[in-house]
Design a protein around this ligand. Structure first.
Ligand code: ADP
Ligand code: MG
Length: 821
């Protein structure tokens, strides 16, 4: 079945339709009947030849690829021909002497290869413009709007939902909440309304026994008007919307009832997500279906399965070719589900296989620094702690300890809810590194946090003799120079800082242990730059995140890391009581704050915006600050302010006031979301809480409840809340469990929007699997991937060759995320 594809190429090159090609150009035929016969024969022969050749070569394709590229350009070069010309067999000669073409084709060895490969540049990589019905213009649109460039891209543009085309809605059942629906009825009337081509629209009055409805068209008005007949029955298909209080369908698809020839149109029909611009340019759902159908035909017989046979059989998965067919044109629900499972499995399987292989490669390389002893620094710090470690902290320390002495590089993710005491675990681990004669560093995402880590850690280390430094963007040049020097010569043992740590000017003498706090704010590239700061084996890496990550996401984002979880809070912590108040109750909230402050406590107030915005109707810090200082006047009260647009020294000054207890209230934006630790603060007021995501709210709430006193989180919102916002706030009030919240956040918002996951690139890459919903398939895929690797760690066996190839292909196709951070 290379024919259609060959046609497309040929037709395109010749500026002929496939039909014309097949007929050998009807226009020429008129002049010379013999000629057309010749041409037809040549053309057919050529296509047959190409088909046969391509098929024969298919298995040898990879061997030819190098030859192809070389031979190709050689050939082009010597013959001064373009690609198209080669393909056409030197078009001009061919026209004069049809025989010459086939001779050329048969004799020129290099050209054989070029030709065959040119034709079969795997069908999936064929430019979408060569698909009948697309062409260069539509191809540009598809690429611009949906990033669809090739046949393969289109096939992988999976429907986002299906509608049951056997179900007809009655007009009186329709409401604007419905997705795509179909109605059967009669066109009663139509008229063009509005003057000037821009404002004109065609309004079609459509009726069924239960009522009437308007169908509205803005584009191609005259053409549609001439096509549609009044008093004729149609099936219309579209999404209801509201205009001027009336329900209508804008640009619906219209079909005469017996015209249901489209594959799948009788049962479940795929719905593709599209864009305004594409819809305006005539990309109807029907067109999508038609293009996909054509692509499937063109690819028929060319879809090689991407999972090995043994897996398909063993796991009872639908073969790829069938799955692609069924996902777009399901024969029934059962097939559709089997197709979805197969495609989701495959997608997740390869991600897991890649991650686990990476991990197994790493584990096999015995190139980590062996930290064999626990020494004085660790012991001194440990024994001087004002409290004892929780069981979870101890367990995690053991896990880390065993990594450190294994002789392999540690790559560990440390997860733990806010306040679970990760910092201390990080510090103790770093001390093991120092005990073994190496330097350690701790990198934090913000300056506030780096400062705070420095202070906390200095306190823990106050009786120990461990030279510790702080390096941030606002470290003075002279101080910076000193730090750089002592790092280079190795006298500075522990460095705490921000991104400033990874600047090129920073070199360590022997960096052995790296802690990255709140990893999701660092790019992969930034992580890697730390590796490069040493010549010998790479340092051990510990990534900490306080944003609890749902298990599925963690498996996918950090699947190559080992994971430790601190699943226990230090004793005596009470859950933060969370209450939702509408903004109209601000007075109540203020008197509650006064009461807490009278008891010696401190209060955070967080705003989503710094200043008033025309676009968003949320509370803002500037106005809030004025209100607060009026309600909590000096000298009785002192109010500090912290936000992202402040000068660093002002920020530090105000932050410090609050940390020291000199300010009772801290007015802030979400910059204080991560890590800030003021145990005496017991109230967190979040203004316009509906604006924040669940995980973010949980982070903010984690700023209180760090001391012995009962703490409160007050979520203030406007009155008009969406259903989803209501749900989020309700959940916040009900649970303090970060993992539960993260799961819910992912369910409500989708993984793509979760804090920190967007820049990891993961979300863009999934075509069909959904991490929020497909947890089970993910677990299954991970298990299978791990089974495969247990048996064949480097994928060297013959039966896993396909897996290895596919992994390489996917790796090349993936965007290089190291640039995104
Ligand atoms: P995280 O970074 O995990 O949110 P922190 O490391 O900031 O949490 O710890 C929160 C607070 O709990 C800090 O004040 C820390 O000193 C304290 N802490 C840590 N471990 C314990 C423990 N085992 N017992 C009591 N308090 C602890
Ligand atoms: Mg922390």
């Amino acid at each position: 079945m290379l024919l259609p594809e060959g046609y497309t190429y040929y037709g395109n090159a010749q500026k002929r339709t496939p039909k014309q090609v097949a007929q050998g150009y009807p226009d020429a035929a008129k002049n010379d009947p013999q000629d057309i016969e010749n041409r037809t024969q040549t053309t057919r022969a050529r296509f047959n030849y190409l088909c046969g050749f391509a098929e024969r070569q298919q298995s040898k394709r990879s061997q030819f690829e190098t030859l192809y590229t070389k031979g190709y350009s050689n050939y082009c070069h010597t013959h001064k021909n373009t690609r198209n010309e080669i393909f056409q067999g030197d078009h001009k000669t061919a026209e004069q002497e049809p025989q010459d073409v086939s001779q050329n084709v048969h004799t020129a060895n290099i050209r054989k290869i070029s030709l065959s490969l040119y034709t079969m540049v795997s069908v999936r990589d064929t430019n979408i413009q060569f698909l009948t019905g697309v062409g260069p213009k539509r191809a540009r649109e598809l690429e611009k709007e949906l990033n669809i460039k090739t046949f393969g891209d289109l096939i992988q543009y999976y429907p986002f939902r299906y509608i049951d085309r056997t179900r007809f809605y009655a007009i009186n059942e329709i409401n604007p909440e419905l997705a795509y629906i179909q109605i059967r009825g009669v066109v009663r009337d139509m008229k063009i309304i509005g003057a000037g081509s821009r404002k004109q629209r065609l309004v079609v009055l459509f009726a069924d026994p239960t009522g009437t409805l308007e169908l509205v068209f803005f584009k191609g008005i005259k053409w549609i008007r001439d096509k549609i007949k009044t008093d004729t029955e149609y099936i219309v298909f579209g999404k209801p919307s509201v205009f001027n209080g009336k329900i209508n369908l804008v640009h619906p698809d219209m079909d005469v009832p017996d015209n249901q020839s489209l594959p799948g149109s009788a049962g479940l029909q795929a719905v593709y997500s599209s864009t305004e611009s594409l819809r305006n340019k005539g990309f109807t759902q029907k067109l999508f279906s038609r293009l996909v159908a054509r692509t499937l035909t063109a690819m028929e017989g060319h879809i090689r399965d991407t999972l090995p046979d043994y897996m398909l059989r063993h796991l009872k998965l639908m073969p790829l070719a069938m799955a692609l067919e069924e996902i777009h044109f399901p024969k029934n629900l059962k097939n559709l589900q089997a197709a979805q499972t197969r495609l989701k499995f495959e997608e997740l399987f390869y991600i897991q296989l890649g991650l686990l292989r990476q991990k197994s490669v790493r584990l096999r390389a015995a190139d980590g620094l062996p930290f064999l002893k626990v020494g004085q620094a660790f012991r001194d710090c440990y024994e001087n702690l004002p409290f004892s470690l929780t069981e979870a902290q101890k367990r995690v320390l053991r896990e880390i300890r065993s990594d450190l002495k294994s002789g392999r590089q540690m790559n560990r993710l440390l997860q733990g809810d806010v306040g679970s005491g990760k910092t201390l675990v990080a510090l103790l681990s770093a001390l093991i590194g120092i005990d073994n004669g190496y330097q350690a560093c701790i990198m934090a995402p913000t300056e506030i946090l780096a400062n705070q880590h420095f202070q906390t850690i200095s306190k823990f280390l106050k009786d120990l003799d461990i030279p510790t430094g702080l390096l941030t963007g606002s470290t003075k040049p002279a101080e910076r120079k000193k730090l750089h020097e002592s790092l280079r010569e190795g006298s500075l043992k522990l460095l705490i800082g921000t991104h400033a740590l990874i600047e090129d000017t920073v070199t360590f003498n022997n960096l052995g242990f790296v802690v990255i706090d709140e990893q999701h704010r660092f790019g992969v590239e930034q992580r890697a730059r730390l590796w490069k700061k040493t010549n010998g084996p790479p340092p051990h890496i510990m990534v900490m995140t306080a944003t609890p990550i749902p298990r599925t996401l963690a498996m996918t984002l950090y699947g190559d890391l080992d994971v430790s979880v601190i699943d226990e809070l230090p004793p005596g912590r009470q859950p933060v009581q969370t209450i939702h108040y509408p903004a109209s109750r601000r007075g109540t909230v203020y008197s509650f704050m006064r009461k807490q402050i009278r008891q010696g406590r401190q209060v955070y107030i967080v705003y989503p915006l710094i200043r008033e915005s025309e676009k968003m109707d949320y509370e803002n810090l500037e106005t809030g600050y004025r209100d607060i200082t009026a309600a909590f006047p000096a000298p009785l009260y002192s109010v500090a302010v912290v936000h992202g647009q402040q000068k660093t020294e002002n920020k530090a000054f105000d932050m410090n006031m609050f940390v020291k207890g000199n300010a009772q209230i801290l007015v802030a934006t979400s910059v204080i979301e991560v890590g800030v630790d003021v145990p005496n603060a017991t109230v967190m007021v979040i203004e316009s809480a509906e604006r924040f995501g669940l995980s973010q709210l949980h982070q903010l709430r984690g700023r209180v409840g760090r001391g012995a006193e009962t703490s409160f989180c007050i979520l203030m919102t406007g009155n008009a809340l969406s259903k989803e916002a209501r749900e989020r706030l309700k959940l916040m009030c009900e649970t303090n469990n970060g993992f539960e919240i993260a799961e819910a956040d992912m369910r409500l918002r989708g993984p793509g929007d979760l804090e920190g996951t967007a820049q990891s690139g993961l979300a863009f890459d999934l075509h069909i699997a959904n991490l929020a919903k497909d947890g089970q398939i993910l677990e299954w895929a991970r298990m299978e991937a791990s089974n495969v690797l247990d048996e064949d760690p480097l994928l060297e066996s013959q039966k896993n060759k396909l897996l290895k190839n596919q992994l390489d292909i996917l790796a090349n196709r993936t965007v290089d995320f190291s640039n995104i951070s």
